[in-house]
Ligand binder design. Structure first.
Ligand code: G
Ligand code: MN
Length: 270
């Protein structure tokens, strides 16, 4: 039944759009996003991030999971929230959920959290919505994807400065998947560099990928940041990125995102 309702809603939204009824589809978006927020349908799953050398659990990345029949993945929720201007409200709920995880997690573990690039345009609003995390800002790493052009956002530097002053750490996410990779690395001075899984995939079989990761590891070392290899799925990929000098590894090999707590012990061992 849920599937049927979902399909009906989705085709109705498509129909409304096709008719050019932008306003009505906007109000659908608004209704559905608001429903996700008010009915507590937005959850955060945690995926382990593991130290490359000792294979010890070092951090988790919080990834949104949405229990809504139509907006049933983060991209759909964020797409709808962008269209009806509710990105900030989604972020507020995420911050509250992330603070709940921080309270449960052992205090030596960091929590990586994704920002929406448009949030960087409004430093006041962004710092306000991160308020629930302020008490433990030093354990929070804010990921900024380089899929969008960070430098297009006027206030990105003020945002970055204020977040750093509050004690939050910054990460460049998805490095290698987007368009602006290298200038973001220079401008943002991130504490963590997360290399996209498109570069990690088959790194053990591709000499150029291996060389590229080596180069980025050298850059990370020289700039006192840490390199995280994302999307590691096989033991051979893990061995290759660790040999290339990655500080941290993340991916299905080490654990999938999970909603339950406590996490199973002994995540990931090579
Ligand atoms: O853009 P970002 O790096 O935040 O996206 C993380 C996404 O990648 C999540 O949706 C997560 O579920 C997914 N993911 C995490 N580890 C792996 C992996 O090893 N393989 C694949 N294919 N996806 C992964
Ligand atoms: Mn991320």
């Amino acid at each position: 039944l849920l599937n049927a309702v979902a399909q009906a809603l989705e085709s109705r939204a498509r129909y409304a759009k096709a008719c050019g009824a932008i306003e009505s589809s906007n109000s659908w978006d608004h209704k559905m996003v608001t429903q996700c927020l008010s009915d507590d349908l937005v959850k955060l799953a945690l995926q382990p991030i593991v130290g490359a050398k000792g294979r010890e659990l070092s951090a988790y990345e919080a990834l949104m999971r949405i229990d809504h029949p139509v907006l049933n993945n983060p991209l759909k929720l964020l797409g709808a929230a962008e269209r009806c201007n509710l990105i900030h409200e989604v972020g507020e709920v995420v911050a509250v959920r992330a603070a709940e995880w921080l309270r449960k997690m052992p205090s030596h573990l960091l929590l990586f959290l994704n920002l929406h690039p448009s949030e960087l345009n409004n430093p006041d609003r962004l710092t306000r919505r991160l308020e629930p995390l302020r008490w433990s800002a030093g354990r929070v790493v804010l990921e900024i994807t380089e899929r969008s052009n960070l430098l297009d956002f006027d206030a990105w530097d003020e945002s970055a400065e204020r977040l750093t002053a509050l004690g939050f750490k910054l990460a460049v996410d998805d490095l290698g998947a987007g368009y602006n990779a290298l200038s973001t690395l220079v401008a943002l001075r991130p504490a963590f560099i997360k290399v996209d899984m498109s570069i990690v995939r088959d790194v053990d079989k591709d000499e150029r990928k291996r060389r590229l990761i080596e180069l980025l590891c050298k850059f990370a070392e020289a700039t006192e940041s840490q390199l995280v290899a994302e999307g590691v799925e096989t033991q051979n990929e893990a061995n290759a990125v660790i040999e290339a000098g990655a500080d941290l590894v993340q991916g299905y090999l080490f654990g999938r995102p999970r909603l339950d707590w406590p996490m199973p012990r002994g995540v990931a061992v090579a």
